[in-house]
Design a protein around this ligand. Structure first.
Ligand code: B16
Ligand code: MG
Length: 215
């Protein structure tokens, strides 16, 4: 028996575009421009580490105390977008994949860096579909550390080697490899070259692909 562990942002939904809008505004208030290329560096990265990267880009130095209100401000703006999300924002093909897994009694968990994961899943109507949810509130070490996926496997009562991780970030693929799990990378083949399988986007995550994988 196999089980799946899904990343959230970039696999189930595209929340990166909302993170970008909120980070861009924060950078603007600090006096520098934050581009979409910069935003790529934040994918799969924790909120705190994201701010550190953003401040490095803007060459802004702040104390830990000064960072706290900025993290709060960014998250408040981000949540304004999240609160408007609907099931229409589930990425193409993902609902079919989950339906297939349910129909075949294959369990699945969420393994995300986001502390907002339960709210996002609720907004898109998927909160009750996952057997387990492991998010940014449950881990002490961020991806590429395997902790998030190892807790996921434990909650699913599966051995790591029987778990298949679906991820869009390099750090996530590294975490899956470190956990001794099979990985499906969604995105750029060059970037995700360490994944067991690579799909260009979720439309390639078809039932045929799944059937082949399970056999
Ligand atoms: P939050 P994932 C990650 O989600 C995002 O890719 C990353 O950009 C974000 O900084 C991180 O969640 C933390 O999110 O601020 O909501 O706690 O790809 O691991 O599902
Ligand atoms: Mg992701």
């Amino acid at each position: 028996m196999k089980a799946f562990i899904f990343d959230l942002d970039g696999v189930i939904v595209d929340t990166a575009k909302y993170h970008y809008l909120a980070w861009k505004n924060l950078a603007k208030s600090l006096g520098f421009v934050f581009t979409e290329e910069h935003n790529e560096l934040l994918k799969g990265v924790s909120r705190v580490r994201s701010l550190e990267i953003l401040l490095e880009i803007g060459k802004v130095q702040l104390t830990e105390e000064q960072k706290q209100p900025l993290l709060l401000k960014k998250n408040e703006e981000y949540l304004e977008y999240v609160n408007k999300m609907t099931p229409n924002e589930i990425l193409p093909g993902i609902s079919d994949v989950l339906d297939y897994l349910d129909a075949n009694n294959i369990t699945y968990a969420l393994g995300s860096a986001s502390k907002n994961a339960p709210l996002i899943l609720k907004k898109v109507g998927l909160l009750n579909r996952f057997t387990a949810i492991v998010d940014g509130n449950d881990v002490s070490k961020a991806k590429p550390d395997p902790e998030v996926f190892l807790i996921g496997a434990q909650k699913l009562q599966m051995k790591p080697e029987n778990c298949i991780v679906v991820e869009d970030a390099i750090a996530g693929i590294e975490a899956a490899n470190a956990a001794n799990m099979v990985s499906i990378g969604i995105g750029d083949a060059e970037l995700l070259k360490d994944a067991t399988y690579i799909l260009k986007d979720t439309t390639d995550f078809t039932i045929d692909f799944l059937k082949n994988l399970m056999n």
